[in-house]
Design a protein around this ligand. Structure first.
Ligand code: UT7
Length: 316
C-alpha cells in the first residue's frame, strides 16, 4: 500500500455568526473596508463554554456519519490546533474520549495556520511506512478566544470551526506529495505571547502588512516546489484548496498557477480565517457542493505563524 487516500470528509461551524456590521459596533471600521481588504463578510464564533474539542468532535462525527465500522477501524487521531481546550491534555485525547475509541494513540500538532498540512503529512508518513492504516485527521480552532477585539487591524480576520478527513492506506493515489517547512526567525511578526497583559487573556499580535508580503512570496515559491518532480504541471491541477487568510493572498496564488478564481475554493467570505480548520473546511465545501469530483487533482497550501508553511498535492 503506497498511498494515503481520503475516504471521508466532515466539518462543523459554530452557530453564532459575527458579521462585519457587528464589528462596526465594536471599533472604527466598515463592512466596505473589511470586504475590500480581506474578502471577509462574516465569521462563525464559539458560544460561551463551547470548546475546540467540541468543534473537532462534531467534525469527526460528520465525517463518520453512522458508520461504526469505519470508526472502529481508526488507528490514530491527529488534531491540528493552536487553541486547545487546556494546556494539556490534547484536543486529540478529548476527541478520542468523545468518540469512545479505546487503545489508540492520539496527539495534537501545533503549526498554526499550516497545522492541517502538517497533520496530513504526518498521517501520510505513518500510512506509507505501514504503521497505521486508517487515520482521523482534524483541523480545529477557536481563534475568537485568542482575538483582541480592540485591535481592528487584526480582529476582523479570525473565525472558529473544524474540518476532518479520514485517510486510509490504498494502492491508488491519494496523497501524491507533501511539503512542510518552517522559519522561526520572525516569530514577533505573528504570535501570542505567553505573558498576559494584566487580567487580560493572551491574544494574537500580528504585523499584518509584513506577514502578508512574506505569505505571498512563500506561497508563490511553494507552488513551483510542489510541482517540481511530481510529474504534474500547473494545468493539471483541477482545484486550489488554500488556507483562507485573505482573498488577496488567494488571488495571488491563483495567478501564480495561471488559474481562474473559478477553480479556487473560497470560503473566507463566510468563515474568515479559521487557522488549522480553514483547509479542511474548504475541502468539505468543495466536496459537498459537488465541485470537487472523484479523480480530480487538488493542491492545498498554507502559510502561518512560526513561520510555518506547507502544501499537499492530492488525487481525490
Ligand atoms: O493566516 C496566517 C497568516 N496571516 C496573514 O496572512 C494575514 C496577512 N495580513 C493581512 O491580511 C492584512 O495585512 C490585513 C487584512 C491584516 C490588514 O490589511 P492591510 O491592507 O495590510 O492594512 P494595513 O494594516 O496596512 O492598514 C492600512 C490602513 C491603515 O490606515 P492608514 O495608516 O493608512 O491611515 C490602518 O489604520 O487601514 C487602516 N485599518 C483599518 N481601517 C478600517 C486597519 N484595519 C482597519 C479596519 N478598518 N479594520
Amino acid at each position: 500500500m503506497k498511498f494515503s487516500k481520503f475516504v471521508a470528509y466532515g466539518s462543523y461551524l459554530p452557530k453564532k455568526i459575527l458579521t462585519n456590521k457587528d464589528l462596526e459596533q465594536i471599533f472604527d471600521t466598515s463592512d466596505e473596508w473589511i470586504q475590500t481588504r480581506t474578502g471577509i463578510q462574516q465569521r462563525h464564533i464559539v458560544e460561551e463554554g463551547q470548546k475546540t474539542s467540541d468543534l473537532a468532535f462534531a467534525a469527526a462525527q460528520d465525517a463518520l456519519g453512522d458508520n461504526d465500522s469505519l470508526k472502529n477501524q481508526i488507528d490514530l487521531i491527529l488534531v491540528a490546533t493552536t487553541t486547545p481546550d487546556k494546556i494539556f491534555p490534547s484536543v486529540a485525547c478529548a476527541v478520542q474520549r468523545k468518540l469512545n475509541l479505546k487503545n489508540i494513540p492520539a496527539f495534537d500538532i501545533q503549526a498554526v495556520c499550516s497545522g492541517f498540512i502538517y497533520a496530513l503529512a504526518t498521517a501520510d508518513s505513518f500510512i506509507r511506512s505501514g504503521v497505521y492504516k486508517k487515520i482521523l485527521v482534524i483541523g480545529a480552532d477557536s481563534m475568537s478566544t485568542i482575538t483582541d477585539y480592540s485591535d481592528r487591524s487584526n480582529a476582523i480576520l479570525w473565525g472558529d470551526g473544524a474540518g476532518a478527513v479520514i485517510v486510509e492506506a490504498s494502492d491508488e493515489p491519494g496523497i501524491i506529495k507533501n511539503i512542510i517547512n518552517s522559519n522561526g526567525e520572525h516569530e514577533e511578526l505573528l504570535h501570542v505571547p505567553r505573558e498576559s497583559k494584566e487580567n487580560q487573556p493572551n491574544t494574537i499580535e500580528m504585523q499584518g502588512n509584513a506577514v502578508f508580503k512574506i505569505a505571498v512570496n512563500t506561497l508563490d515559491q511553494i507552488v513551483d516546489e510542489t510541482l517540481k518532480g511530481s510529474g504534474y504541471e500547473k494545468k493539471d491541477i483541477d482545484w486550489l484548496v488554500p488556507h483562507q487568510a485573505n482573498i488577496r493572498i488567494l488571488q495571488a496564488t491563483a495567478k501564480k498557477l495561471d488559474m481562474s478564481m473559478d477553480h479556487v475554493i473560497v470560503t473566507i467570505n463566510k468563515h474568515g480565517n479559521t487557522s488549522a480548520a480553514s483547509i479542511p473546511l474548504a475541502l468539505n465545501e468543495g466536496i459537498k457542493t459537488g465541485r470537487i469530483q472523484k479523480g480530480q487533482l487538488i493542491l492545498m497550501e498554507a502559510f502561518g505563524g512560526g513561520f510555518t508553511w506547507g502544501s499537499s498535492l492530492v488525487r481525490i
